[in-house]
Ligand binder design. Structure first.
Ligand SMILES: [Zn+2]
Length: 263
């Protein structure tokens, strides 16, 4: 009777409850053919169907060496975009796997709001490829953190999920505790560029315990989407203030033409 105390029974129950679900999940994986990540059409292997692939605009050179914004033509090596010259961010370089168009938005929303954690491996692999140059010299990956209340409601941080995959692909460790969101900010959706910057001002901080992990290190910030760059900029400022050697940014998708951004 002593073993069946109040601590023992719930965990034992959890094990018994989880077992059939795990078996059922495995059975489903075997039974169901893979579906397109975006449109749920049947596909031959994991990933996107041919039609969705053709709609996802992966970003490739030529692009701005600093911000990764694609150029319509090749202006030659080292040329920067107007944005990088007019309004240089605190982070050093940014790279995105894709333009934030309809297909990219479908993937981002499904991962973030639809609990489609199974999308993270494909998205993370595309990010690892797009950010290869930045990641090759990096000491650690820093996912853009959620405020604890949002994390509690959503149960996972999509940026941390993507960082985990990039880490598996590149061997660069994830510094999960390096950055904290200390202010519960409003969603950036629907805000102007200056409102976005004000919204995230002072929202991030490197905790005292993580200072050693940050000081002098080459860090790569990981997020799902880069819109105005205000969040990445606020994160980079906090990391640099804590002594980071430099901060680069890798995102899954970035807004290229803000006027046409499907937000
Ligand atoms: Zn599709």
């Amino acid at each position: 009777m002593a073993q069946a105390g109040p601590e023992a029974s719930p965990s034992r129950w959890a094990v018994w409850a989880a077992a059939p679900r795990a078996l059922w999940g495995r059975a489903l994986n075997v039974a169901l053919p893979p579906l397109c990540l975006a449109c749920r059409e049947l596909v031959a292997s994991d990933g996107l169907c041919a039609s969705c692939w053709s709609k996802l605009s992966l970003i490739a050179p030529p692009y701005c060496e600093r911000l990764g914004i694609p150029f319509a033509y090749d202006p030659g090596p080292g040329v920067l975009s107007m944005e990088a010259i007019a309004d240089p961010p605190a982070y050093r370089r940014a790279r995105a796997a894709a333009r934030y168009d309809d297909v990219a938005r479908t993937l981002v929303h499904a991962l973030k709001y639809g609990d489609r954690l199974d999308l993270a491996p494909s998205m993370g692999r595309w990010m690892a490829r797009a950010g290869r140059e930045l990641l090759s010299g990096a000491d650690a990956l820093v996912p853009v953190p959620l405020h604890w209340r949002r994390l509690w409601m959503r149960r996972f941080n999509q940026s941390a999920q993507l960082a985990r995959i990039i880490s598996q692909e590149t061997g660069v460790p994830v510094a999960t505790e390096a950055l904290k969101r200390i202010k519960a900010t409003a969603q950036q959706v629907g805000l102007s560029q200056s409102e976005r910057a004000a919204n995230v001002q002072g929202a991030f901080r490197v905790p005292a315990a993580a200072k050693a992990e940050v000081a002098g290190r080459r860090l790569v910030l990981v997020d799902d989407v880069l819109t105005s760059g205000a969040t990445a900029d606020a994160c980079a400022r906090a990391l640099l203030r804590a002594g980071a050697g430099n901060v680069d940014v890798v995102v899954f998708a970035r807004v290229v033409d803000r006027a046409q951004a499907p937000i």
